[in-house]
Write a protein that binds this ligand. Structure first.
Ligand code: RTP
Ligand code: MG
Length: 143
């Protein structure tokens, strides 16, 4: 199986509820390794650029408002099949539909405050990682 990298965000709701460690623990137990990480409070411009693909959607203003409402952890996870593996661990976008035992089922309140973000494809992962990190800020562990 391929070793991949994916962009993960621990969103403002999870950071404010002191769930950083719980969530990182799930990634580590699943064999995903943190190879870059930073805490930031996104500006409106940063959040709008990150979610540019959703610019025309009705939920876009709420999404940008929420993502700029408090600090987040932006990070790169590395491991076998990391993109899909991270999405499995996260669960469905709407926590009400997320499978039991997933991060969103256990820790998320609503479709807006849904605890985590994860890249949804190799193309998104490449763009999203480069959006927040230079090559020199990524510390390879398994690659
Ligand atoms: P994410 O990008 O945050 O990992 O989540 P996702 O792939 O599961 O969901 P996506 O479709 O990319 O949507 C990005 C975020 O926008 C919010 N959203 N709200 N009200 C709605 O219908 C709606 N749909 C999406 C969610 O917070 C979602 O995580
Ligand atoms: Mg998405």
């Amino acid at each position: 199986m391929a070793i991949e990298r994916t962009l993960s965000i621990i969103k403002p709701d999870a950071v404010s509820r002191n769930l950083i460690g719980e969530i990182e623990s799930r990634f580590e137990k699943a064999g995903l390794q943190v190879v870059a990480a930073r805490m930031i409070h996104m500006t409106q411009e940063q959040a709008e650029g990150f979610y540019a693909e959703h610019r025309e959607r009705s939920f876009f203003p709420d999404l940008v408002g929420f993502m700029t409402s408090g600090p987040v952890i932006v990070q790169v996870l590395e491991g076998e099949n990391a993109i899909a593996r991270n999405r499995e661990l996260m669960g469905a976008t709407n926590p009400k539909e997320a499978e039991a035992g997933t991060i969103r089922a256990d820790y998320a309140d609503s479709i807006d405050a849904n605890a985590v973000h994860g890249s949804d494809s190799p193309e998104s992962a490449e763009r999203e990682i480069a959006y927040f990190f230079n090559d020199s800020e990524i510390c390879p562990r398994t690659l």
